[in-house]
Write a new protein. Structure first.
Lengths: 365, 277
């Protein structure tokens, strides 16, 4: 910027830069970078919260033992089709990613990301305890599975409903502005307000859902304590809560589609649903991918809904990763194991953040 | 406006109403007497209309109970966090966007890598650090970790990069120092971006649950979001449904009012915030 500026000026500029950077860099180093590495360090120790609080020397270096205790077991073997449903859907995903890339419907990055995810789905569930074997932590992988199930139900739910809504609301009129506000409103509530509302909405005795069901002659469902419905209940709650941002991102994407395309299409009699399928969707591909990646990152961190509405129950069916980390650390005081799980969480979310970054770069081009 | 448009409005009214029902229900229940709610929550039109009507729940909230204290805690924490984040983000964002200094690329990269680190990956080590320092159950314990999140720096950097050079050069010809340019020229220009960042941070502070849950164990330091979580599990026995719902309404009021006044900024802030909410 100031390549030819005199030396004295440059000195001032450098000093000014460091004075201005210092407050942020100091907090950043102390409260984000240092804790991050400290987290990894804790995960390499046998570290009891209470014991170490009273005696800092009560921790013991154990290497990768915590990771083994969390993710591995005795006599673990690999076999094809141990978990057929997941593995077959992985194979389908793999075929789909190749097909979509071949037909040029998705970009290279998206296809590769999809393929990697699919291969992991085929490969990872193949691990299982062999004869006389067991997982050291039999709750960890089911918890990961629940979290993925939650993400797998919530993200498509949010994406599809937000997309349809955005397409319907993409007009600059008073009524549409009011509708946008209404649909966005729930997004700004805090997780505890949202769970407060829906916990009572779903209550079999006092809940609005039960009252309406009864009015139409049905039998109320015990949503939050029935193994079949608890996950559905927190998914519905979450879709209600987090539809807004996705809708706004889609509306922004829709603004970028030229009106001429629709006019040209209407000459070919393509209006309404046909126009949506042949013009809106193909032109919105980038936004759809972005929304999905953002939602996966956001929903993978689910905690409050499971913690407050179902307490991870019934029978661990809604136990999710962040809640398991929280409990392992602050109820069981096992910081070592909890930190190992937190590192696992970071690796998965980091992969998606990189994907988000790459996609963002593509968009800039 | 043709007929199909009116059908569209009519067709959207139903989902919009359904979407609003849970919120209306919370507000409506907060205006009904606890004795009635203990029997049934669907007195008038499934309880969506507050009849029989009462202000008692709100009166009770303000005469005893901890909700006003939690509300004040939230205000203090959210305001302090907003000011803190604005201060460190505007300064660092300006330096990274517009000043030349050694190791600029490396420092920028180091700052942005932090965007990848989720709160959940650092909350355990942060807990132990703050425990060693004896900082838990304090306002600064709730504020400081968020000031380290680089989303604000990233936002401000993007904004400052987009400002044309000639504004700064005109000031430089007048012999103004860099800090003066920052304070007198850049900050006034940055008001819209600062507004977006302020709203993003305030909303985050108001709604954050995980870190206050870990850090604040004493009810005197609960934020309203955390306090609401602590009373919602036993609403039926002690507090009464109407009062808990009134707490929920009070807890949402500031952010809802903010949303209705600054709608554009709020939507922008939440979109930029994206995954870092």
């Amino acid at each position: 910027m100031s390549g030819s500026a005199p030396q004295k000026w440059r000195m001032n500029q450098t000093q000014a830069a460091f004075v201005l950077l210092l407050p942020f860099l100091a907090t950043y180093a102390l409260f984000l970078i240092y804790p991050f590495f400290r987290g990894i360090w804790i995960s390499l120790h046998d570290w009891n919260l209470m014991a170490v609080a009273f005696n800092p020397d009560a921790k013991e270096f154990v290497g990768l033992h915590n990771y083994e205790r969390v993710m591995w077991g005795e006599n673990i073997t690999w076999g094809a089709f141990v978990n057929p449903l997941v593995q077959i859907s992985g194979l389908i995903g793999l075929a789909l990613s190749i097909f979509l890339r071949r037909t040029g419907r998705v970009s290279k990055v998206t296809a590769i990301a999809l393929a990697i995810a699919a291969v992991l789905l085929v490969f990872l569930p193949g691990f299982h305890p062999g004869e006389g074997g067991r997982w050291y932590d039999r709750r960890f992988w089911p918890t990961v599975g629940n979290t993925m199930m939650f993400v797998g139900l919530t993200v498509p739910g949010v994406t599809v409903s937000a997309l349809l809504l955005a397409a319907a609301l993409n007009r600059e009129t008073k009524a549409m502005t009011v509708f946008r506000t209404l649909f966005f409103l729930s997004q700004i509530l805090s997780v505890t307000v949202v769970t407060l509302i829906w916990q009572i909405m779903f209550s079999p005795r006092q809940g609005l859902v039960a009252n309406v069901t009864e009015a139409f002659g049905g039998t109320p469902i015990v949503w939050l304590t029935d193994e079949r419905f608890a996950m559905a209940a927190i998914v519905i709650t979450t879709i209600w809560w987090s539809l807004g941002i996705a809708m706004i991102l889609f509306l922004a994407g829709l603004q970028d589609i030229s009106k001429d395309l629709y006019e040209a299409a209407s000459l070919d009699n393509a209006t309404g649903l046909r126009a949506f399928w042949y013009i809106t969707l193909p032109n919105l591909k980038r936004t759809v991918t972005l929304v999905i990646v953002l939602q996966v990152i956001l929903q993978f961190q689910v905690f409050g809904q499971a913690h407050l509405m179902t307490q991870g129950g019934p029978n661990d069916t809604t136990q999710v990763l962040v809640r398991y980390i929280y409990q392992t650390a602050f109820r069981d005081s096992d910081l070592g194991r909890a930190s190992a799980m937190a590192v696992f969480l970071f690796v998965i979310m980091g992969a998606f953040s990189v994907l988000q970054f790459v996609l963002g770069r593509e968009e800039d081009r | 406006m043709n007929r199909s448009y009116y059908w569209l409005v009519l067709g959207l009214s139903t989902p919009a109403f359904v979407w609003l029902v849970p919120t209306i229900w919370m507000v409506s229940l907060s205006f009904q007497p606890n004795e009635v709610l203990a029997r049934t929550t669907s007195t008038t039109f499934f309880g969506l209309i507050p009849y029989p009507f009462t202000f008692d729940n709100y009166a009770a909230l303000f005469s005893f109970g901890q909700t006003p204290m939690w509300f004040m805690n939230s205000l203090i924490v959210a305001t302090a966090m907003t000011l803190g984040v604005l201060a460190v983000s505007t300064t660092a964002g300006y330096a990274l966007a517009r000043l030349e200094f050694p190791f600029k690329r490396a420092i920028t990269l180091i700052c942005l890598v932090g965007l990848m680190v989720p709160e959940q990956a650092v909350f355990i080590p942060l807990y132990t650090m703050f425990a060693d320092l004896g900082w838990h159950n304090s306002y600064h314990a709730m504020v400081l970790p968020r000031m380290a999140v680089p989303i604000g720096v990233f936002l401000m950097m993007q904004f400052f990069k987009a400002i044309p050079n000639d504004i700064e050069e005109a000031a430089r010809l007048d012999g103004v120092t860099w800090l003066q340019i920052f304070w007198h020229v850049m900050l006034p220009l940055a008001r819209p971006a600062m507004m977006t960042l302020a709203i993003l941070t305030f909303l985050y502070a108001w709604n954050d649950y995980l870190w206050p849950l870990v850090s604040a164990q004493r009810p005197e330091f609960f934020t309203i979001t955390l306090g609401l979580a602590s009373i919602q599990s036993n609403f039926a026995q002690s507090e009464g449904l109407g009062r808990v719902m009134a707490s929920g309404v009070i807890a949402s009021l500031p952010v809802v009012v903010m949303f209705l006044i600054f709608q554009r900024y709020v939507v922008k802030a939440m979109t930029v915030g994206g995954s870092k909410g």
